[in-house]
Design a protein around this ligand. Structure first.
Ligand SMILES: Cc1cc2nc3c(=O)[nH]c(=O)nc-3n(C[C@H](O)[C@H](O)[C@H](O)COP(=O)(O)OP(=O)(O)OC[C@H]3O[C@@H](n4cnc5c(N)ncnc54)[C@H](O)[C@@H]3O)c2cc1C
Length: 478
């Protein structure tokens, strides 16, 4: 063992962490993953150093709707009470509005054992939730939270093993050492470059507004507005506040500087597509509120293969935030990984060979849930931001599919909510939508136009394959 002797007491280990900056585990980033992982490992008796560059309550437009599958994982981690006392809102499902027509998509009943309650998600101010998670981490035995900025990974020149991190604390250099260093420093990860195959792909941004006392068509539901442009999301994040996220692709002509910029796009393109009841609060937010943006990134997952290092959370895997899946992936990853690395499975974290074996198991075992959330987010975004005729046909097919209700709603929203963990269910529903889209095209065609319609139908099917298969392939790589 590197950092612990058998006779060492809890106090000795705390002194090691505080004074000598040594622990079993060093975690970079006290965000969604960092805090929950610190709690899970600390509770197992591991000594944990949790490093965060700013312990102030964050003010961000990300991570504000937690799907039911994320709430369940939070519960497993013993952290569900972090959703209390933050003015969080219960989320019962979605309301999809397509060119003014509405379809309600509640989370499915009996999703767990038959007779269980309809599962719920929660929405909230991200910063308040992070504050509660950080408080939980600080309270957890064996965890020390430090405000410091990680600047470099410390690597053994001999073995290539990661030994810890170099940091800057109040302008001075600092070093933190652990048998295992977890990098959970978020979407703009400073450290992933050397260890991940390719950089994240960004094709659009979400522009965020905070609406005051907005009158939503279906309270306690996330709203997805589909029309001529890319999708808009609306969901309440507090008693009086509603988040609006407007997707704007990078090459969007109506948001270009020449066309008057993003505000002009919001006024002229987005506002007319919104339900009338929301328009006044949306316009007021454009005039008086802060307008902020975040890149919508796609980063396929990859196995951690470097001894002593684990990349996690957005640093390792990202998907379009349209479906609000990032935190659900994060908390479920923490549940799975903390189990795979528990003292019963890995008695000593400096056993690099065993740790790497468990990390390989982690990569494949997380697929049931995360591949579903990743593929669904990317594929649904392609349909909802449709910019050609075939994608538009698939978008219409998707809406009509939801209108059938029953399993045509329960399946997709169960996948999106992190409740159904089966990639084949996703495959089934996606191609059912493709076939329905083709049927809609065929059924509207005049008989003499049939040859042309058949060619068009083949193009729709081809488009469906082009949309989904690259994401499927990205999930089956090691
Ligand atoms: C626009 C947008 C909206 C989203 N909405 C949702 C949603 O509604 N629901 C959902 O589930 N997901 C959503 N997501 C995704 C979700 O926010 C992320 O998946 C999740 O926050 C990832 O958690 P993380 O711990 O990896 O990163 P973060 O939560 O971002 O945490 C990273 C932490 O690392 C710290 N840090 C960074 N660099 C350093 C350093 N050098 N040293 C020390 N500390 C450092 C940061 O300060 C931060 O605290 C959204 C994403 C975007 C872009």
């Amino acid at each position: 063992m590197l950092f612990k002797t058998d006779s060492e007491t809890k106090d000795d280990r705390e002194i090691r962490r505080r004074i000598h900056h040594e622990a079993d585990v060093v975690i970079v980033g006290a965000g969604i993953v960092g805090c929950s992982l610190a709690v899970a490992l600390g509770k197992q008796g591991r000594s944990v150093l949790l490093l965060e560059r700013s312990l102030k309550e964050p003010d961000r437009i990300v991570g504000e709707l937690l799907q039911p599958g994320g709430v369940a994982a939070l519960d497993k981690l013993g952290l569900k009470d972090c959703l209390n006392d933050i003015d969080s809102i219960r989320v019962k499902g979605y309301d999809v509005i397509y060119y003014g027509k509405e379809v309600q998509i509640p989370y499915p009943e009996d999703a767990g054992a038959p007779g269980t309650k309809r599962p719920e998600g929660r929405s909230f101010h991200h910063g308040r939730f992070i504050r509660r998670l950080r408080e939980a981490a600080t309270r957890t035995p064996n965890v020390t939270v430090v405000e410091t900025t990680a600047t470099e990974l410390i690597k053994s020149g001999y073995t290539g093993q990661i030994l810890g991190v170099e940091c800057t604390t109040k302008g001075g250099k600092d070093f933190y050492f652990g048998n295992l260093t977890f990098v959970a420093d978020g979407y703009a990860s400073k450290f992933r470059k050397a260890y991940i195959r390719a950089p994240p792909i960004v094709r659009s941004k979400f522009w965020g507004l905070e609406l005051k006392d907005a009158d939503l068509p279906l309270p306690n539901h996330g709203h997805v507005i589909l029309g001529e442009g890319a999708p808009v999301l609306l969901y309440q994040i507090g008693t009086h506040e509603t988040r609006a996220l407007v997707d704007i692709p990078d090459d969007c002509p109506t948001a270009s500087v020449k066309a008057g910029g993003v505000k002009s796009h919001l006024r002229n393109v987005v506002v007319p597509s919104l339900p009338t009841c929301v328009q006044s609060s949306f316009l007021e937010a454009i005039e008086n509120g802060a307008l902020r943006s975040m890149p919508n990134s796609w980063l396929p997952p990859q196995t951690n293969k470097t001894p002593g290092l684990v990349l996690l959370g957005d640093a390792m895997n990202m998907r379009h935030p349209l479906t609000g899946g990032g935190m659900t992936v994060a908390f479920n990853d923490v549940v799975l990984l903390s189990n795979l690395l528990s003292p019963e499975n890995v008695p000593e974290l400096n056993d690099s060979k065993l740790v790497l074996k468990q990390l390989s198991a982690f990569h494949w075992q997380r697929k049931d849930l995360t591949s579903v959330i990743n593929i669904l987010a990317q594929a649904l975004y392609a349909l909802f931001a449709a910019d050609d005729a075939n994608l538009k046909a698939l978008q219409l097919g998707c809406f009509r599919y939801f209108q059938f209700g029953g399993n045509c709603v329960d399946g997709p929203v169960g996948l999106l909510g992190g409740i159904i963990r089966n990639p084949f269910v996703l495959f089934y529903h996606f191609f059912a939508v493709a076939l329905l889209s083709i049927w809609l095209r065929l059924s509207q065609s005049k008989i003499w136009k049939m040859p042309l319609t058949l060619v068009g139908s083949a193009a729709i099917f081809w488009k469906a394959c082009v949309v989904i298969f690259p994401y499927i392939f990205s999930e089956i790589r090691a």
